[in-house]
Design a protein around this ligand. Structure first.
Ligand code: MUC
Ligand code: MG
Length: 366
């Protein structure tokens, strides 16, 4: 089998309400659908969500790098020769989201060609993931209302609260209101998207002590190494690396230099191949992982479920899988449902990404 074309389709779907967090906000999903075509008629699909404020990529840069930088060297190769294709992509630094989508599309081709679900090819551990819902910046009472609604409607019992605001009391109050309103059995953890300094994060940890928060993600910029290491040493809960660890090399650097004590894996920026390398590092070192969300569509979310459910360590904690609920529409022909707080893998060949072509025609931008 040979690859005949790499297609990068920019599209835009609005959000019903924006998600706000310390490093940015999203109003419209301006993403890129990646499709890899082969001479056997098998097509691999994946979603690429640009996050300029996190990784520097834009919708236009993803289209450009996939179609004009990667494609000339990838067309003609066998989609099973993933290592060779990654060698081509590694000649260009960064561009993690573009690379991740190409990788997922290759796995999709492999699964379809072998008539096997990709969650089986990756590891086949279980058939579903528990869902963690992400709460963006809002007044404390609105956050509680949203969490209660998601608990009632979808059975979700794990919430990631976006923090990193100033004054710090805003986030401290949100933690207190959520804990008081949700009770002790609900898992609440924090993600500051580098919004604080290390000292501010330590103050928040002191002021929220006793609230049973379980994780603190990217409290400050991991590049501020001394402050970050002091914070990690003093934190009573694991400090999770997210945007500081898009590659296996980044994950090893941050873990070994004391920049974090847990890792957020996002298939949108690591694909499945590098996500497995990161996961191997983490399990070998005895470090917890979470499956994160890059504010993914349903196409991206089903990829995260595929990877997360495939491995024991990635399915141990609830995965962040519900951001697509805030979108006005989506591209997946068979929409994702959340039942009893879980999303199930698709037991069909590939990743399970069947695109609704009418919707793609409506939302595509070229
Ligand atoms: C997260 O976990 O940080 C916000 C920006 C991004 O790239 O992902 C989200 C969620
Ligand atoms: Mg994060």
């Amino acid at each position: 089998m040979k690859i005949t074309a790499l297609e990068a389709v920019p599209y835009a779907i609005p959000y019903t309400h924006p998600l706000k967090f310390a490093s940015g906000e999203v109003h419209t999903a301006e993403h890129v659908l990646i499709r890899i075509h082969t001479d056997e008629g098998v097509v691999g699909t994946a979603d690429a969500p640009p996050r300029p404020y996190t990784y520097g990529e834009t919708q236009a840069s993803i289209v450009e790098v996939v179609e004009n930088v990667f494609a000339p060297h990838i067309v003609g190769t066998d989609p099973f020769d993933r290592e060779k294709i990654h060698e081509v992509m590694q000649r260009t630094i960064h561009n993690q989201v573009a690379k991740g989508a190409v990788d997922i599309a290759l796995w999709d081709i492999a699964g379809k060609y072998l008539s096997t679900p990709v969650h089986k090819l990756l590891g086949g551990w279980t058939d579903s993931m528990r869902v963690s819902h992400m709460l963006g910046f809002r007044p404390a009472q609105e956050l509680l209302d949203e969490a209660l609604r998601f608990g009632e409607e979808y059975g979700i019992t794990t919430f990631k609260l976006k923090v990193g605001r100033r004054p710090l009391g805003l986030d401290v109050e949100a933690c207190e209101v959520l804990r008081a309103g949700l009770g002790d059995d609900v898992d609440i953890y924090l993600d500051a998207n580098r919004g604080w300094t290390a000292n501010e994060a330590m103050e928040v940890l002191r002021r929220t002590d006793g609230l049973g928060l379980t994780l603190l993600e990217e409290p400050n910029d991991a590049k501020e190494a001394m402050g970050r290491r002091r914070l990690v040493e003093q934190s009573p809960i694991p400090v999770v690396g997210d945007e500081s660890v898009p590659t296996a090399g980044d994950a090893s650097r941050e873990l070994l230099s004391g920049g974090c004590t847990a890792i957020c894996i996002k298939t949108a920026r690591s694909g499945f191949t590098e996500a497995q390398e990161i996961l191997g590092l983490c399990t070998g070192l005895g470090v917890d992982v979470t499956m994160g969300n890059q504010i993914d569509t349903q196409v991206g979310s089903i990829a995260t479920v595929t990877f997360g459910a495939a491995h024991r360590a990635t399915s141990a904690r609830a995965g962040e899988l519900s951001n697509f609920l805030d979108m006005a529409d989506d591209l997946l022909a068979d929409p994702i449902t959340i039942t009893d707080g879980r999303i199930f893998v698709r037991d069909e060949p590939g990743v399970g990404t069947v695109i609704d072509e009418d919707k793609l025609a409506r939302y595509r931008q070229n």
